[in-house]
Structure formats: C-alpha cells, structure tokens
Design a protein around this ligand. Structure first.
Ligand SMILES: [Zn+2]
Length: 407
C-alpha cells in the first residue's frame, strides 16, 4: 500500500520537515547541491517553492489610511490559562504594551484599537485600567463569557449578571470566540459539544441587547477547514502547518450547521446587534453572507483576516462593499508579535496591505506579510473604494457600533 506522504513525495508536493531533507539527500547523492533542487526530474518540496511574479504592474504603497481608522478586531490580551480551546483563567497575558502599539497606530493613522479578548472579572478590569482608561479614546475592551462557570446550575443568570458588571467596569461589547460551537462541551472540556443556540445563553444575548453592547461573534472557520486535508484542499499548506485547525471528522458539526445555529441566535434576539467577524464567517461565499445580511437587520460584519478572500474576488467584493457599506467594519485580527500567523501579525506592513486593498486598483499583490502566502497560494487585487465608503468602513460604522462620536 502506498502512504499519502509517499504518494505526495512522488508528485513532488510534500509539506513538512522530513521530505525536504529527503530531497536534499537525494540531490547530494546525485552530486548536486541543493540550489539545483527543482531542476527537471528533481522533486521540489511544495514548502520550498517560492515563485516570484514576473508581472510588471502598478505598485502603490499606502502608508496611512486615507481617513482615521478604528481597527475593530485585535487581540492585545489573552487568557493566561486555556485548556482544549477553553479560556479558564480571569488573569490576562498581554501581547504588546500600550506604548508599543501607539507607535504603530500613529504611523498608520489608527485612532483606536478594539481589544476583543479582554476577558472577564478581574482580568477585564485589569485590561481596561492598563489600556482603555490610561489612553482614553485609543483602546476599547470587550468582555468574554466565563465558561469555567458553565457547570453552575444558575449559569444563565450568572453569565447575564456578569455582562451587566462588565458593562459597569467599562467593557464596550461581548466577544464570542469559536469556542462556542467547536470547543465548549457539557462538562466544559469533555462530553458533547454545546450548540451555539443553546438556550442557556439566551439571558446573556438579551443582556447585551438591553445594554446596547455589540456582540462580536466568531463561529466556524474557513470552509476548507471542514474538508479533508488532501491534495484538493486549497489550504493544504496552512492545515499541514496547523493540523489542529482542521474540523474535518471527529464529532465536529459541519460549517453549515454552525452557521444555521448562529442564524437562529440572531433571529431569536432581534434587539441584540451582532458583528459577525471574518466577513460573516463565510467570505468564500459572499452571496450567502449577503442573504444573511438581508435577513437579519441586527447583523453586520468585519473584514478581519479575510483580505486574502475578499481580494481574490475583487469584483464581487466591490459590489458587496457598495451594497453593505453601512454594515462593514474595518478589522484585521491584529495580534502583537503574532509572527506565527502572518495574516494577522500586528505591524506596519499588515495595515498597508489592507489600505492598499481598500484604496487602490493595484493588481496581484500579497495579502499577508510573508514569503509564502499563508492561507492559500493566491494573490489579491485592490477594490479602490470611493471616499464616502472608505469613511464608513474605516471609522463611522465602528464608531456607531461602539457608541462613540462620529466627527
Ligand atoms: Zn480574532
């Protein structure tokens, strides 16, 4: 029987450490140096392939956004303790200091960053003291559910009350990670998966509606993560680098089932506003996202970590921005020192890519600051948005959602 690895090697498209080493050994045995890897009839590992585009087209560097921006989707702090995808500790770990972040914000014209993963209880208060209160108008923190309390019999009430307290402490919204639907289980880290529309969360959604706190919700993931990691998978390299990102098999629900459960939550809580992150978590299918935006007036979306998806369908994306210009918020998923995930590493280059996509007609450029496109082997095209739409997407829509002044 031929193993998958062996078979890929035969095709010269292996990913990972072992196969390039084998290719090198084969090249040395043949008396050649590795620079000749990839010569006719010599296997070239896919991970070593770094083609340089020979295309000569317009290259625009957009150093600052044309209008001041609010990055609605960043991760400045994370839980100090997590297990099997569940944040268990109130205590926060900080990924970047305020001063370090402010320097990039100054250079890139970012008026404010929204730290979605602000946590809960004492951790949330600590994050708000360090960022929101120390630099008013520059940082806004969101709270998160305390899933460690999920087993308490009165959890629905406890969680709703925690939202009221978080609001008093200064939280500007609630963030839901894909924990709900993909990691949280009946016994927190074991048992059957808890559904996104589980009624035990109803009081929490309602509390957000009453307090006018937007819910930034991430459910599901790129649809390729729900299909086998094989030669047909357009995110083969990404999934090979992060095998734990695959939700194919096991007891995971399908992408469609997750989105349907999320839709039932939006339908059941019409007074609660939902910002469905990552372009409604289905940027591969903007027709589907559009249908949901038409169905749910309480839904809007952000652009985080999906410039690579939007930019590879520039004509469809441009129409999408035209039609839903009041309901799209600029976000990047920026994570300070997140070098392992170049599509969301907080740095000047990342912001310049988003600005170039929004503001220019440039063609065929990288969607992430990385040698090899990290999410899939394609490049993107700018959509050249007009100024009124840029103003809304960069700032006005987020300001309205956060309840801060639009100038
Ligand atoms: Zn995120």
């Amino acid at each position: 029987m031929i193993t998958r690895r062996r078979w890929l090697y035969g095709l010269g498209m292996a990913v990972g450490a072992t196969l390039p080493a084998r290719a090198e050994a084969a090249a040395q045995a043949a008396g050649q140096n590795t620079a000749q890897q990839g010569a006719p009839n010599k296997p070239l590992a896919l991970a070593d392939y770094e083609p340089r585009s020979m295309l000569r087209v317009q290259q625009t560097q957009v150093e600052k956004s044309r209008f001041p921006a609010i990055d609605f989707h960043t991760h400045i702090s994370v839980s100090a303790k997590s297990e099997k995808g569940i944040e268990l500790a109130a205590e926060r770990k900080y990924l970047g200091t305020a001063n370090e972040l402010l320097a990039v914000m100054e250079r890139k014209n970012i008026r404010a960053m929204v730290n979605l993963t602000g946590g809960f209880d004492s951790g949330l208060r600590d994050a708000i003291t360090k960022y929101d209160k120390a630099f008013p108008g520059r940082f806004y923190s969101f709270t998160e559910p305390s899933y460690s309390k999920f087993r308490q019999p009165d959890y629905p009430r406890v969680q709703a009350d925690a939202i009221v307290q978080a609001h008093r402490d200064g939280a500007r919204g609630l963030k839901i990670l894909k924990t709900l639907g993909l990691y949280l289980r009946e016994n927190i880290i074991s048992g059957t998966l808890v559904k996104i529309d589980d009624p035990r969360f109803d009081p929490m959604w309602d509390a957000c509606g009453q307090l006018q706190m937007p819910v930034a919700i991430h459910v599901s993931d790129p649809v390729a993560f729900f299909t086998p990691t094989d030669r047909f998978n357009e995110r083969y390299e990404e999934l090979s680098n992060h095998p734990d990102w695959s939700f194919h098999d096991h007891d995971f629900p399908s992408n469609a089932a997750l989105l349907e459960a999320r839709n039932r939550v939006m339908a059941r809580h019409p007074k609660t506003r939902f910002v469905v992150l990552h372009v409604g978590n289905f940027s591969e299918d903007l027709a589907n996202v559009s249908q949901n935006l038409d169905r749910f007036p309480n839904m809007s979306v952000d652009t985080a970590a999906r410039v690579g998806e939007l930019g590879r369908q520039p004509r469809t994306a441009r129409k999408f921005f035209d039609k839903y210009q009041d309901r799209i918020l600029f976000g990047t998923d920026a994570t300070p020192h997140g070098d392992e995930f170049p599509q969301q590493v907080f740095n000047d280059e990342l912001y310049e890519i988003y600005y170039r996509f929004f503001e220019t007609e440039d063609e065929y450029f990288d969607y992430a600051p990385a040698k090899v496109p990290p999410q899939g082997r394609w490049r993107i095209y700018g959509i050249d948005l007009p100024e009124p739409i840029l103003r809304k997407v960069y700032y006005e829509n987020a300001a309205r959602s956060l309840g801060i002044n639009v100038e």
